[in-house]
Design a protein around this ligand. Structure first.
Ligand code: SF4
Ligand code: SF4
Length: 147
C-alpha cells in the first residue's frame, strides 16, 4: 500500500483513506472533562461510551452512532485546529502536527494487534458508562488515555 498519508493532505484523501488513519485505540470514546480554562488539556477518565466495546475497542453502531449518542464527535478534516482534544498518539492529531505515524500503527504493521499488545488502546482497561454512577465519575480520572 502506498504511504498516502505522507503524500496527501487530509482534504486529498479518499473517505476510506481518511477512516483508515484511525487505529481504533478507543481513547476518544472515553468520558472527558474540561477545565474552566480552555487552554488546559482535557481530563480523561476510564469511562467508556455506552456503545464502545471495551474488548475490541470498536463502536458497536459506528454507521449510525449519532442516533444513539448525540454528543459523539465526528472527526472532520476541516477541524484540524481543534484536534487538541484527541490523545497525543492519535493518528489524526499526529499528522495534523506534521508528525509521523508511530511504528506500531496498523497502516505500517498490517495489524492492530501490535497496538493492543503494547497497551496503547483501551482494551480491558475501562468501564462502560452503563456501569458507572455519574456522581462517581471523578473517581475514574486517569492520565494514560490522553497519551
Ligand atoms: S483517538 Fe484517534 S486513533 Fe484512537 S480511536 Fe479515536 S480517532 Fe481513532
Ligand atoms: S458513539 Fe461510538 S464512536 Fe461515538 S463515542 Fe460512542 S463508541 Fe465512540
Amino acid at each position: 500500500m502506498s504511504e498516502f498519508w505522507k503524500e496527501k493532505t487530509f482534504q486529498e484523501m479518499s473517505e476510506s483513506e481518511w477512516e483508515s488513519l484511525c487505529d481504533g485505540c478507543g481513547k476518544c470514546c472515553l468520558t472527558k472533562f474540561t477545565e474552566q480554562d480552555e487552554s488546559k488539556p482535557l481530563i480523561y477518565t476510564t469511562i467508556g461510551c455506552k456503545l464502545l466495546d471495551c474488548t475490541t475497542c470498536r463502536c458497536k453502531k459506528y454507521e449510525n452512532r449519532f442516533e444513539y449518542v448525540i454528543d459523539c464527535k465526528k472527526i472532520e478534516r476541516e477541524d484540524i485546529d481543534k484536534y487538541y482534544w484527541l490523545p497525543a498518539k492519535c493518528a489524526y492529531r499526529l499528522l495534523s502536527e506534521s508528525k509521523q505515524l508511530p511504528w506500531w500503527h496498523h497502516l505500517l504493521t498490517g495489524t492492530r494487534d501490535t497496538m493492543h499488545n503494547l497497551g496503547f488502546s483501551v482494551r480491558d482497561k475501562i468501564t462502560s458508562e452503563e456501569l458507572v454512577d455519574p456522581d462517581n465519575a471523578m473517581d475514574y480520572i486517569a492520565r494514560w488515555p490522553a497519551q
